[in-house]
Ligand binder design. Structure first.
Ligand code: PHB
Length: 391
């Protein structure tokens, strides 16, 4: 009896070793996600992480034989030093293969030199200042750029009889990009920017600007502020001072009417025309499946552009590893990412082989109530649109 037991034990150890062998042979794929998980932009971190984890849930946690291991680090929002330290630790201590995430531009700018020095791929899942991808050869972006979204709404406004616009943007990278591109496209189409303000990133008070704009009576205001609380505050002031009643339209990039804050803005959002690359209401089989799976996994969150960029970022990593046979070496990774094409929940996308930025359809949308819920309803589009902000 004893001998039989011992033999069985030996056999099970051998079987265990055999099973363990292929796993041990392929090292885990460590992905360091640097995201704002606390502070005023904590929603970005939550949404991007949700998109990332949904991709793993649907596609499995093994990419080309390598077990995916996520390490999430909170950079608290606009805190470049914190993002930088997180990246250094992820590279040196945790020995990650890939740096990913980046909710805000200052964070992506701060980490770019580390990606270059360590030769690690850096997958940007939100930070949307055009210049981000020029800061390191190892950066590839799956979100958008502000010029990419500002140009189509400027063209739309000019085509639809709007001649005089006042621009309001957050005073940092993406805001300055949005302002410059809006002005360029709108002026070239015969429009005129009759006034502009840049609002502070910390606790902006929009009321004095809104009064000035009301007195000036432009035909429309063009707005970019980072998605979230700032847009809610702006809309509150816009409604309270009744700029709409004074005949002033509001146009924006879709950061303003992001599904995550649309319900909080409420009825004042109705009718806002805006341009963006993703809408929960986008009509395609891929998006239908995405939205259903998202609500199933996270019943209390609405799928939005941040979650999709996280989801697509993971898709990019998975596809790149298929091409490299599981190798995440920085140079090989970036070479394989160039020119990659896929069907995202937002529509067809590809990675520009020269800029490593995303090429995608930009939709013109109007906020409407659909089945009792505020939605961005797409009614026009600019397909295969590259970032016009690059030289
Ligand atoms: C950015 O910091 O790059 C950023 C943040 C929020 C947005 C867009 C861009 O909605």
């Amino acid at each position: 009896m004893k001998t039989i037991k011992r033999a069985a034990a030996v056999l099970s150890v051998i079987a265990g070793l055999a099973l363990a062998w292929p796993v041990a042979a392929a090292e885990a794929l460590k992905i360091g996600l640097i995201l704002p998980m606390s502070g005023p932009f904590a929603a970005y971190g939550k949404q991007i992480e949700s998109g990332v984890r949904l991709y793993l849930k649907q596609n499995g946690e093994v990419f080309s034989g390598r077990q995916v291991e996520l390490i999430v680090r909170d950079d608290t929002g606009v805190a470049p030093e914190v993002s930088k330290r997180a990246a250094q630790e992820l590279v040196v201590k945790d020995k990650v293969d890939i740096l990913a995430g980046f909710g805000l531009t200052p964070s992506a700018f701060a980490v770019a030199p580390i990606a270059t020095e360590a030769k690690k791929p850096m997958v940007v899942m939100n930070a949307a200042t055009s210049a981000v991808t020029t800061k390191s050869e190892y950066i590839v972006r799956t979100s958008m750029t502000l010029p990419q979204n500002a140009a189509p709404i400027a063209s739309w406004a000019a085509r639809n009889g709007i001649r005089k616009v006042f621009t309001v943007v957050a005073d940092y990278g993406p805001g300055l990009d949005a302002e410059a591109q809006f002005k360029k496209t709108f002026s070239a189409a015969g429009g005129e920017v009759v006034g502009e303000v840049r609002t502070p990133m910390k606790n902006p008070d929009f009321s004095p600007f809104l009064q000035r704009i009301k007195d000036l009576r432009p035909e429309a205001v063009f707005l970019f502020v980072p998605a979230g609380e700032q847009g809610i505050a702006f809309m509150k002031g816009f409604a309270e001072r009744d700029l709409a009643g004074a005949g002033i339209k509001l146009i924006a990039t879709g950061d303003l009417t992001d599904e995550d804050v649309l319900d909080a803005i409420g009825d004042p959002a109705l009718g806002i025309i805006n341009s963006f690359h993703y809408a929960e209401s986008h009509k395609s089989p891929e998006n239908k499946a995405y939205v259903e799976a998202y609500y199933k996994a996270y019943p209390k969150q609405r799928p939005n552009f941040m979650s999709v960029a996280g989801y697509d970022g993971m898709h990019l990593i998975a596809e790149v590893l298929k091409k490299t046979g599981g190798n995440a070496d920085g140079d090989k990774f970036i070479e394989a990412a160039k020119g990659l094409k896929w069907l995202s929940p937002r529509g067809p996308v590809s990675i520009d082989p020269v800029t490593r930025d995303i090429v995608q359809t930009i939709y013109i949308r109007k906020v409407e109530r659909v089945a009792g819920r505020l939605q961005n309803v797409e009614f026009d589009q600019v397909p295969d649109f590259r970032d016009p902000g690059k030289p």
